[in-house]
Design a protein. Structure first.
Length: 278
């Protein structure tokens, strides 16, 4: 099983370059950054994690800029979005950002995506929350066309463009792995249709995670696909928990870090590395 970490990159936490170097030095395979472009002050949409929204949600750096910075100071560490809010981004621009980070890092980018939760944030980007998964799907399909064709075009309900040229192409072929977050009733169908991996949050998936992984692999087999990798966010730092995840068929366990200074983050990283046997 591979081991990664996730942290909100903020303007007050450990610099992402220092974090990336520490992750690589300690033997972690990957580093993930989440995304929120802003938090509306209305706070109309309840946060799924509890009553009070943590400070980091409104202080998050752009994840692609953060990933690019990490790529520049590491050699083997993979970096990714966990997750990117695709329905809040222009697909042609986003395709360019993904391809650029993957090209500059030598194929080390992991493209984690999801449908988000903050409906008023989506609305500020012109996205109707009830349509977000349909919009996300079309944007992903359109980006695949851009990544894999010298002349790309796409004609859908939400994305429409005539033939275009757009380089660079990603270093990873045919494109960086697309890891789909979430645990809703249609999540596994989405993974099979346009994803390369499933990335649920451990604490929100509950005891049914093992059964869902078995269901996913059967769906993949029925669709003529190979085994689908599963990455789990928010794993507890205990050997017993990691053994349980491995027995379920989890391929990547991702520890969560609080966005704090190096004096707190580095010791936490070392504890996680010890638990993982790195």
């Amino acid at each position: 099983m591979k081991y990664g970490v996730q942290m909100f990159p903020t303007d007050y936490a450990i610099p992402v370059t220092e974090l990336g170097k520490a992750c690589e030095d300690l033997g972690f395979e990957s580093l993930f950054f989440p995304e929120h472009t802003h938090i509306p002050t209305s706070r109309r949409t309840p946060w799924p994690g509890g009553a009070e929204l943590p400070k980091e949600y409104s202080h998050t750096l752009d994840p692609f800029v953060a990933c690019g910075a990490v790529a520049g100071v590491t050699k083997n560490l993979k970096m990714g979005t966990g997750i990117c809010l695709v329905m809040q981004r222009d697909p042609i621009t986003l395709a360019k950002e993904v391809a650029s980070v993957d090209f500059l890092s030598g194929g080390r980018f992991l493209f984690g995506i999801g449908g988000g939760w903050n409906e008023d944030e989506m609305e500020n980007h012109g996205t109707k929350p009830t349509l977000r998964w349909k919009i996300l799907r079309e944007r992903i399909l359109a980006m695949k066309e851009i990544w894999t064709n010298d002349e790309a075009e796409f004609h859908g309900q939400f994305v429409n463009f005539d033939p275009i040229w757009s380089w660079p192409k990603p270093a990873a072929k045919p494109h960086p792995p697309i890891l789909i977050g979430g645990a809703g009733p249609r999540t596994l169908e989405r993974v099979i249709e346009y994803g390369d991996g499933w990335m649920p949050i451990g604490g929100r998936s509950g005891a049914i995670l093992g059964a869902k992984i078995k269901e996913l692999q059967q769906m993949a087999k029925d669709a003529g696909r190979g085994e689908i990798p599963v990455s789990v966010f928010g794993v507890p730092p205990s050997k017993e928990a990691l053994e349980n995840y491995a027995a379920m068929g989890v391929d990547r366990a991702i520890f969560g870090l609080r966005p704090e200074g190096a004096e707190n983050v580095i010791p936490a990283l070392k504890r996680y590395a010890e638990v993982a046997g790195l």
